[in-house]
Write a protein that binds this ligand. Structure first.
Ligand SMILES: [Zn+2]
Length: 551
């Protein structure tokens, strides 16, 4: 019988192949009360249904996260697809200030690919994960406890030979036997992990139980002082933020979270809620973060605009009603003394009391200032085209609000020319006629194709006509029309989701116009273009399987 190689032998082989000395770990944080914020909007968040972003959008979001002051940006999962790799690489090349992190499973290919994507970052980090719970060991990995420890150690060592800053996550840690969790964490730290993340991958834990896990690690793992303990919670039972804070109270000093709480299934802990809980209740926690809280609302709004996932009205911190006081008694109290019913001021999180309104006579300078304040980074050329679009819109509707501008700016986030472009559109509809649509669409080769269709209504007729021209057949899973701002002359924004026949993946399309029929056509074409582009580039994540909630 062949004897399995021991951990020591394996490591030996690896260090032989790699003669450079191990890079040094980042200097430890001298401040014990500093909680690091690890944002995974672009990884855990982006991999959730309906949240995919293209490279331009990811870069814009990464700039916003860096300006917000997050300590670590998890930029993606480089092995998952060429698109993921390129996005992580672009973010690593550009972002300064924040650490840029790439995710990898515990195998050599993943780790090397992650390193390739982040190696030029000012502060790179590799994040490796491996499931440790009994249910994952037995059913998913079919590995014994000893094999798990061996694989984790080998992977952390390999990553550490490349990069000084290594995070290790025992996936499904919250459901892992405590003694085994302690064993894995100790081995990972010994192998060179500088952060150990304790994910509640499936959103199963409750605050007291989770705090106990963190406390036990602190008490029982002898080398725990050499690493930062991190929390990563999912919101399946609505307790992601509460669990994260319980973990912090028990000694964790890194919180993994996402803007607006987007993420797998019910989502991750919402960054803005964690931040404001720590800030508003600093008297209780005695802890602080590097986040510039007045940038929270602009960041939330940008993510909503980029993904098309709107935030529920009563969402804490960033929902539309979060600072609205409706009842007479409350309003009366507010007028006398704000603190009677207000625990934080809207301006603390970047909600301005009045949306600045631009009009027909506003100049280029005012427009540029507003764009910068909204957190977008546009070139001079883009500002010029935006100014033209803005003037055209101001002719149609008198007042141009922030939301209107964001919708216009969206065009610059599309990332390259669209393969199919709408040239013209005509619809007829009414109570006694057959709804009909005629479309003229420019094909990728430049030729303009015309076709017509009838449908249940004008929008249905448009979709059918577009389908005939493009040959892209998909199921419409969601169709939402929403007014971008107040007023009868407001722009209508159409967000829709198409599912390709394989049922594997969904694509979102979005467009806005003062004419919702036109917006519907543009949004549909937008989604069709996303399908076409992805097919062309072969960017299917399914090649390696999605990492699930990963860590
Ligand atoms: Zn997760």
């Amino acid at each position: 019988m062949r004897r399995p190689r021991t951990i020591k032998e394996k490591t030996q082989t690896m260090s032989d192949a790699n003669h450079s000395p191990s890079p040094t770990a980042p200097a430890p944080d001298a401040d014990p009360n500093h909680v690091r914020i690890f944002d995974t909007t672009l990884r855990d968040g982006e991999q959730s249904p309906g949240c995919s972003l293209n490279l331009t959008e990811k870069l814009e979001m990464a700039r916003t996260l860096a300006a917000l002051g997050v300590d670590v940006i998890e930029a993606g999962f480089p092995i998952a697809s060429q698109g993921d790799f390129e996005a992580v690489q672009a973010i690593a090349a550009e972002v300064t200030g924040s650490t840029v992190c790439g995710l990898a499973r515990c195998n050599d290919r993943d780790i090397d690919r992650a390193w390739d994507a982040i190696r030029h970052a000012q502060k790179p980090r590799i994040h490796v994960f491996l499931a440790t719970s009994a249910i994952h060991r037995e059913h998913k990995l079919r590995m014994t406890r000893a094999q798990i420890v061996e694989r984790a150690v080998a992977s952390v060592r390999r990553a550490r030979a490349l990069c000084g800053d290594i995070e290790f996550s025992p996936e499904d840690a919250a459901r892992t036997e405590l003694d085994f969790l302690c064993e894995v964490v100790e081995a990972a730290i010994d192998a060179g992990a500088t952060t150990v993340n304790i994910p509640d991958t499936v959103g199963y834990t409750v605050p007291t139980a989770y705090a106990k896990v963190i406390r036990t690690l602190k008490e029982r793992v002898p080398n725990i002082g050499r690493a930062v303990i991190s929390v990563h919670c999912h919101d399946d039972l609505g307790m992601a933020v509460a669990n994260s804070l319980a973990g912090v109270e028990a000694g964790a000093r890194q919180v993994e979270c996402t803007i607006n709480g987007i993420g797998e299934r019910a989502g991750n802990a919402a960054l803005e809620e964690v931040i404001m809980a720590l800030k508003v209740r600093e008297d209780y926690y005695g802890l602080h973060t590097n986040i510039k809280t007045e940038r929270l609302y602009p960041a939330s709004r940008m993510l909503s605009a980029l993904t098309g996932m709107t935030v529920q009205r009563n969402k804490a911190i960033v929902g539309r009603n979060a600072f609205a006081h409706e009842s007479g008694i409350h309003q009366d109290g507010m007028l006398k003394e704000r603190s009677t019913y207000e625990i934080m001021r809207p301006e603390d999180v970047g909600v301005s009391k009045t949306d600045l309104v631009l009009g027909k006579h506003s100049g280029r300078h005012a427009l540029r200032d507003r764009v910068t304040e909204l957190g977008y980074h546009l070139s001079e050329e883009q500002i010029q085209t935006l100014f033209d679009d803005f003037k055209a819109l101001a002719d149609k509707k008198k007042e141009v609000y922030d939301e209107d501008l964001i919708v216009l700016i969206e065009k610059y986030m599309e990332g390259g020319p669209a393969p199919w472009q709408l040239v013209s559109l005509h619809t007829t509809a009414g109570t006694a006629v057959l709804p009909t649509a005629t479309v003229a669409i420019r094909r990728p080769d430049g030729e303009v194709v015309r076709d017509a269709a009838i449908g249940d209504g004008p929008v249905d007729a448009i979709f059918k006509a577009v389908e005939r021209v493009t040959g892209v057949h998909a199921n419409l899973r969601e169709f939402v029309v929403r007014s971008v701002t107040k007023g009868k002359d407001a722009q209508g924004e159409v967000t829709l989701e198409l599912e390709v026949e394989s049922g594997e993946r969904s694509f979102r399309g979005r467009a806005a116009s003062t004419d919702i029929i036109e917006a519907s056509a543009e949004a549909y074409l937008n989604a069709v273009n996303a399908i076409a582009t992805r097919r062309e580039r072969g960017q299917t994540r399914e090649v390696v399987g999605r990492p699930g909630a990963g860590a």
